[in-house]
Design a protein around this ligand. Structure first.
Ligand code: 5GP
Ligand code: SF4
Ligand code: MG
Length: 466
């Protein structure tokens, strides 16, 4: 999901709509904005579909006045899927004795099932099927006197990955979990306003200056010109999601002080070193494979070409929550550039192989177009484990790499060769010159390594074996 908040700017909701538009790649199912102004109190609008189709028209935006607002774009990883219920669309809102509070959450609460059970037994009435709603109910049970303190109390009981943006009548609040699995950054709007955004690309679109990242385990409370920082959680080693670097974030964002584009280009460079091949063309599977394909071409000297053309009117396929649409998705979204491909030995670079359906369809299309050879190079290691921290990977049995070796996957997809970047190569590309520190990994890489930084306790209760 993508989250964005603004305080201290006229018509803050307009900035939030722009910020969410820049974060649309993080969630395409639905979006919502809550704003507050002293005259009208809290207002909200929640809609299915793209930000540009909902939060650009005056009829909606005029209902969201005020100098403070937060918003969310949804990508379902917990709660209803596919036909998302509007009640699951964030931000969530709670009315407390000290005033209202809205929250927007990116990530996944790994003990949400247990928390929900406990809260319902003690009288909470849930409105949605979302894991994030727990935070509001935990706040309601807190005896702290301020909303910010209640958020701390609530989040201390929450396990898993979260970046949260919250707002009260006057305060904008940002928090990251102790491992800092999901991103969150702080920006400055002119000399009076502040913004919080999942990624720096959200700051760029509103012309805000990037100030710094919110740190793992940090909470900031912004009011007027003050940014107050505290550390509410037991300290842990940072474990930022390495898949944000590979796929999830936008390439024009800056993560951990590094350009995402540059990390992805370096993945291609590493891949060309680890798994060279003789070929005529290097083609990305657009858009997610593009920077790595550029790096592969630069390092190998094999010309880069656009052998596959992407229909710009389609969103992200994987992020489509239903399998049916995902299957249709490949042909709706990608087409082979026949004139270029015919008779050529082609290296195809993609970001990941999950179920393998995308790779198999692309191989079919490219052989139909007359390619002489097809070599896949993948910008992440084999995805052998599900993510429980906010990326919607399927259960383990549906992951190709959970049941097959690399050679078996090559034969199943039906290509001349298939190579994945090594975990060490990926870490090097992400700026860790010594590669992965096996004793204390610098990132979360559980979907590749099976080493989960946070025990996924709900899933274990369901029978998942680590
Ligand atoms: P597959 O067809 O192998 O299940 O899906 C792999 C494709 O899904 C890749 O082309 C990748 O770009 C895309 N993708 C989109 N979102 C995600 C995601 O959240 N995780 C992973 N691993 N791949 C994703
Ligand atoms: Fe990211 Fe994978 Fe960890 Fe999920 S399991 S947070 S996708 S690195
Ligand atoms: Mg892709």
């Amino acid at each position: 999901c993508g989250i964005f908040g603004v305080v201290g700017a006229k018509d803050a909701a307009n900035f939030v709509a722009l910020g969410l538009h820049a974060l649309q790649h993080r969630g395409q199912e639905a979006g919502g904005i809550v704003s507050h102004d002293p005259e009208h109190g809290f207002n909200s609008a929640r809609r299915f579909g793209y930000v540009r189709d909902n939060f650009t028209n005056a009829a909606v935006m005029d209902t969201l006045p005020g100098p403070i607002a937060i918003g969310h774009v949804r990508y379902s990883t917990a709660g209803s899927k596919g036909a998302t219920a509007i009640r699951d669309v964030q931000p969530f809102f709670g009315e407390f004795s000290m005033g209202g509070c809205a929250i927007a959450h990116n990530g996944n609460i790994t003990n949400a099932v247990a928390l929900r059970r406990e809260l319902i037994e003690r009288g909470s009435i849930f409105q949605s099927s979302s894991d994030s709603e727990c935070i509001i109910h935990l706040m309601a049970r807190s005896i702290q006197k301020t909303l910010a303190e209640r958020i701390k109390d609530a989040l201390r009981r929450v396990e898993g990955a979260f970046s949260v943006i919250a707002m009260t009548r006057t305060k904008l609040i940002g928090v990251r979990d102790a491992h800092g699995v999901r991103p969150l950054v702080l920006g400055r709007i002119g000399d009076s306003g502040w913004a919080l955004s999942s990624e720096t690309c959200g700051l760029d679109i509103i012309g805000a200056d990037f100030v710094r990242e919110i740190e793992p385990g940090e909470m900031v409370v912004i009011e007027g010109n003050r940014v107050e920082s505290t550390r509410p959680f037991v300290q842990a080693t940072p474990r930022f999601c390495i898949f944000e670097q590979v796929y999830f974030s936008r390439p024009d964002s800056i993560l951990l002080g590094r350009s995402v584009y540059e990390t992805r280009r370096m993945i291609g460079v590493e891949l060309a070193r680890e798994a060279p091949v003789e070929a005529d063309l290097v083609c990305p599977v657009p858009d997610s494979g593009t920077p790595a394909a550029i790096g592969f071409s630069q390092e190998s000297g094999i010309p880069y070409a656009m052998g596959i053309i992407r229909n710009q009117y389609m969103g992200r396929t994987f992020i489509e929550p239903t399998e049916h649409i995902r299957n249709m998705g490949v042909r709706l979204k990608l087409n082979v550039n026949r004139a270029l491909i015919k008779g050529k030995r082609v290296v195809l670079v993609d970001d990941s192989v999950v179920r393998g359906t995308t790779s198999r369809k692309i191989k079919e299309m490219i052989l139909e177009a007359g390619a002489a050879e097809v070599h896949f190079r993948i910008a992440s290691p084999p995805t052998a484990w599900p993510c429980f921290y906010g990326v919607d990977t399927p259960e383990r049995s549906k992951l190709l790499a959970a049941t097959m070796s690399e050679d078996e996957m090559r034969d199943w997809i039906g290509v001349n060769s298939l190579k994945f970047i090594s975990l060490d190569g990926l870490y090097r590309a992400a700026g860790e010159a010594q590669g992965r520190n096996a004793k204390a990994p610098q990132f979360c890489d559980a979907c590749f390594s099976g080493e989960y930084p946070v025990v996924p306790s709900d899933k274990i209760e369901e029978g998942f074996q680590m």
